[in-house]
Design a protein around this ligand. Structure first.
Ligand code: SAH
Ligand code: MG
Length: 401
């Protein structure tokens, strides 16, 4: 049914060359491959060139949590695990306990045993169980098991994703059989129904690519998960967007000040407009890091001796706003009721993600009120008598205008 392509010797040779140039295998990878042969397993693992692609993609997106469906002897698992961000973890699902055992040995020997968990059983059941335990979302999913179930795997993967998750479906071209209509064959119908579902799905953006190489002809589909549909009046969205807008308005008012006025000391809050606004923007950056949690490290505080102009703080605010909104998306995907520990001034507290986001979005209100007070005290014509109205209704009106 699949005649050997006359170009196969070229594809083999080029894949060997790619391996030498770009994807050198170490002893552990070779041993994993040899062990699969020794056990008489089918030669259906990814090639070294494809394994390297998985590693590079995982590194490119900074994957901290990877899900693999279809372990076999753990060959692709090792490449993926080597692409994990420090402190990351990988869950791989395999039906066959013998294969899972062999994979365990291979993965341990490759030195990536610690972050890798192998779950044995039918993948649909394992995926349901993962969903039920409310695990944090995965950053990257590699679907490489039976084609019959690939639509179910895709749907479960989306449920275990966050906006920005990359889902890679291997062997999706079914060596070209993808385009055969009405075969009634479960494997062909499986990939076709998955493609239909991707096209219809409002949150997905996907690319299909045909490949040739040592594995012959096939291909992959790369699926990017987009934003979750959200109600127009979502309170968290309103708070986040209003907060950044209002701080921006205050910073704009400050851009008309002299250096002396911008740094003038008051017995109010952090002590000067510069210090109060630096603190407000710095808090957005630090809370975003805290919300993401380990292995994300807290960025160093932006407060301290460095002096910034209002324009410099406006640029930092842009970065802080988009970073915080991405962290809020991740927090939503994990569940706003998820608890986590925060150490403040040497003392550890436990908060929910929801409570934290309420703190972040209302923290700015407090410091902006101090800033308006300082601006009034400065008595600068054109500024002190024309302070910005920065309540959410005002934001709404400006957004509509
Ligand atoms: N990702 C591996 C190859 C996986 S081959 C690599 O590239 O190295 C596909 C694997 O999926 C096989 O080991 C097979 O046992 C497993 N599999 C098939 N059907 C499954 C199912 N319903 N649930 C879980 N695993 C399944
Ligand atoms: Mg495969």
């Amino acid at each position: 049914m699949n005649p050997i392509n006359p170009q196969q010797p070229t594809w083999d040779a080029v894949d060997r060359a790619l391996e030498q140039w770009l994807a050198p295998q170490d002893e552990a990878l070779r041993a994993a491959m040899a062990s699969a042969d020794h056990e008489g397993l089918p030669r259906i693992a990814v090639s070294p060139a494809q394994g390297r692609l998985l590693e590079v993609l995982a590194l490119a997106i900074g994957a901290r949590r990877i899900l693999e469906i279809g372990t076999l002897a753990g060959f692709s698992t090792i490449w993926l695990a080597r692409g994990l961000a420090p402190g990351g973890s990988l869950v791989t699902l395999e039906l066959d306990p013998e294969r899972a055992r062999l994979a365990r040995t291979n993965i341990d020997r490759a030195g990536c045993g610690e972050p890798v968990e192998i779950v044995v059983g039918p993948a649909t059941q394992s995926l349901e169980a993962l969903g039920a335990t409310g695990v944090p979302p995965f950053d990257l999913v590699f679907i490489d098991a039976d084609r019959e179930n690939c639509l179910a795997y895709l749907e479960h993967s989306i449920a275990l994703s966050r906006p920005g998750t990359l889902i890679i479906v291997d062997n999706a071209m079914h060596r070209g059989r993808l385009i055969e209509q009405g075969t009634g064959e479960p494997s062909v119908e499986g990939v076709r129904s998955m493609m239909d579902a991707i096209r219809r799905h409002p949150r997905l953006k996907a690319a299909g690519i045909q490949t040739v190489g040592a594995k012959g002809y096939d291909g992959m589909v790369l699926v990017l998960v987009g934003d979750a549909p959200r109600a127009a009046g979502d309170p968290l969205d309103i708070l986040l967007r209003h907060d950044a807008w209002a701080t921006r308005e205050v910073l704009r008012a400050c851009s008309g000040l002299t250096d002396e006025q911008w740094h003038r000391r008051f017995e109010i809050g952090p002590g000067s407009l510069h210090d109060a606004l630096t603190h407000a923007v710095g808090a957005m950056l630090r809370w975003a890091d805290r919300i993401d949690g380990p292995p994300t490290e807290l960025r160093p505080s932006i407060e301290g001796i460095a002096r910034r102009t209002p324009a410099e703080l406006l640029a930092l605010l842009d970065a802080a706003e988009s970073g915080l909104s991405a962290s809020a998306d991740r927090a939503r995907a994990r569940g706003l009721g998820t608890e986590f520990d925060v150490t403040l001034a040497g003392k550890t507290h436990r908060f929910t993600l929801g409570a934290t986001l309420v703190h972040v979005t209302t923290h700015g209100i407090h410091h902006r009120a101090q800033c308006l007070n300082m601006l009034r005290h400065l008595s600068v014509p054109g500024i002190s008598d024309r302070l910005p109205e920065i309540d959410p209704l005002d934001w709404q009106q400006q957004a509509e205008a």
